[in-house]
Design a protein around this ligand. Structure first.
Ligand code: MN
Length: 309
């Protein structure tokens, strides 16, 4: 088999499990924070601890709506909250492998292992163990973020899923996408020749109450600029509404051939462009990238002022 480094591009998304069943969607407000329904995420927290309220939204690639696409994600109330997304690499379809199988099983295993003793709140080790437990053929990009109750957000990412942290209207942290070359991200795989957890980009960020986390697959970040992420999250009073708006914006941009997207800008930077004669006429390569779009928006909140046994 050829080295299975494929583009993760065209994927659409269906959550590993339904968002409405897996998380507490609670409003976030910039001016007045809520002692939100994260109580249900973290019923054992005390007042001084932090957790995240989470909203999610998926929009599948237009050509993959019927199959649900190839992205997967999960949200867990473990500790201060765990969020993760994976993007199944679509090139496997050329070998008659359903690209969604690997990403979904990977997310299922990540969810299952999140409380594993050996993982010990380390998202990089969580990726290692989830990868090892995944038996499907395929590959995927993946990002995992785990909030400790003391406010430390630990992240690990292989490939070009992404994460932004917004504090008081400014992005204070961005994950770094990893790729072999344009449109070919790092990925973990059923094959032994690709990347592993050891290649992950890892970070640790001290979070504050009110901070907003935006996580997504490349379908978001290839089609939406950071300033749009900031302005969009500021416009909505709930994390679910913000996630939906960001996903819709990404989807709309992905279908707009005249939009000068982050994807088209990077393409031109890497030497891809319209033919010379079109350049002479002042034309350039533009457009978004059709893809599955997965968006998770979380806001850091104080735990509720109740403690449930
Ligand atoms: Mn994608």
């Amino acid at each position: 088999m050829a080295i299975p480094i494929f583009r993760a591009s065209v994927s659409s998304c269906r959550p590993f499990f339904d968002a409405s069943q897996s998380q507490k969607i609670s409003p976030f407000k910039r001016s007045r924070l809520l002692s939100c329904t994260s109580a249900e995420l973290n019923p054992l927290q005390s007042r001084s601890e932090l957790s995240i309220c989470v909203g999610t939204h998926l929009i599948p690639h237009p050509n993959k709506v019927d199959r649900g696409g190839e992205d997967a994600f999960f949200v867990s109330g473990y500790h201060g909250g765990v969020i993760a997304v994976a993007d199944g690499v679509s090139g496997w379809a050329e070998q008659n492998v359903d690209p969604s199988l690997f990403s979904r099983e990977l997310m299922a295993n990540t969810s299952y292992l999140v409380g594993d003793e050996e993982v010990n709140y380390d998202p990089q080790i969580l990726i290692q163990k989830a990868h090892a437990a995944t038996s499907s053929i395929g590959s995927a990009t993946i990002i995992v973020a785990l909030l400790e109750r003391n406010g430390t957000l630990k992240t690990a990412s292989v490939g070009d899923c992404g994460l932004r942290i917004i504090r008081e209207g400014r992005i204070i942290y961005s994950s770094s996408p990893q790729e072999h070359y344009f449109d070919c991200p790092y990925q973990i795989s059923s094959e032994v020749v690709t990347q592993t957890y050891l290649d992950a980009d890892v970070s640790s960020v001290e979070m504050m109450e009110g901070d907003i986390i935006v996580m997504g697959t490349d379908g978001l970040f290839d089609n939406v600029f950071d300033h749009e992420i900031v302005s969009t999250t500021a416009r909505f009073s709930g994390v679910a509404d913000a996630a939906k708006a960001l996903a819709k914006l990404a989807h709309d941009h992905s279908k707009d051939s005249s939009f000068d997207s982050p994807y088209s800008i990077e393409a031109r930077d890497k030497g891809f462009d319209v033919p010379l004669w079109k350049k002479i006429l002042g034309m350039k390569l533009t457009g978004g990238k059709l893809d599955d779009v997965t968006v998770i928006v979380g806001q850091v909140v104080s735990s509720p002022n109740i403690t449930v046994l």
